[in-house]
Design a protein. Structure first.
Ligand code: GRF
Length: 206
């Protein structure tokens, strides 16, 4: 076995990022790549919401972006086929759902099975779905957090890759808890992606 470095370095992993709104997790990935310690590139950013703030930001950064609105397609499968075509045309290897607010159907899932991850603002399997932070407050848990998991056909139900806990404070509101969890999300998602995208340290000698 010989160390892999220099000219032997495999190409960067091409990420496709799906968003619906603000895009702060996408920005965290972008900054981690800029800092040079993630062996990846953002091949494309796709939003199902043409008004997405994150999409404007990505465009301004010179990233390849597309708005693909669900309302332009009669069927979910046609909508997801349009997304897949963009992912495939940019040779995406891993798909990251970074605030993509739709349940992924089999058209989009099949080509990226086990190569699609999602970030969710709770300690799954607790509080899947929308408003996870409000659900946590309503339930009265004293600890919540965030999870990165593989995507399957269920709502936030695929195998968990990593989690980090955040204390729920007595005077927390949905906003304050979301804010503290989000700061942790911005660290956890890039940490997982760094591992996923890291090239092997050793390659077989020739
Ligand atoms: C995050 O809290 C993420 O966990 C959830 O949606 C939110 C997206 O935020 N899935 P942003 O668009 O990344 O700022």
């Amino acid at each position: 076995m010989t160390p892999t470095h220099g000219a032997d370095m495999p190409p960067k992993t091409k990420l496709g990022i799906l968003i619906s709104g603000r895009g702060s997790n996408m920005k965290a990935i972008y900054h981690a790549i800029q800092e040079g310690d993630m062996h990846a590139s953002i091949a494309v950013v796709i939003s199902d919401n043409p008004q997405s703030e994150g999409l404007d930001w990505a465009k301004n950064e010179g990233l390849q972006t597309y708005a693909i609105g669900r309302e332009s397609y009669a069927k979910k499968s046609a909508f997801e086929t349009a997304i897949c075509e963009k992912l495939q045309s940019h040779q995406v290897q891993w798909v990251v759902l970074a605030g993509y607010m739709r349940l992924v159907g089999k058209t989009l899932l099949s080509p990226y099975h086990n190569r699609m991850v999602n970030i969710h603002p709770s300690l799954l399997p607790a509080f899947p779905g929308l408003h996870a932070q409000a659900q946590a407050l309503r339930y009265g848990v004293k600890v919540s957090g965030c999870s990165v998991h593989f995507v399957d056909a269920s709502m936030d139900g695929g195998p968990i890759i990593a989690q980090e806990a955040v204390h729920v404070l007595p005077d927390d509101t949905e906003e304050s808890l979301s804010h503290r969890i989000l700061a942790v999300e911005h660290r956890l998602l890039p940490t997982v992606l760094k591992v996923i995208c890291s090239p092997p340290v050793f390659s077989p000698s020739s």
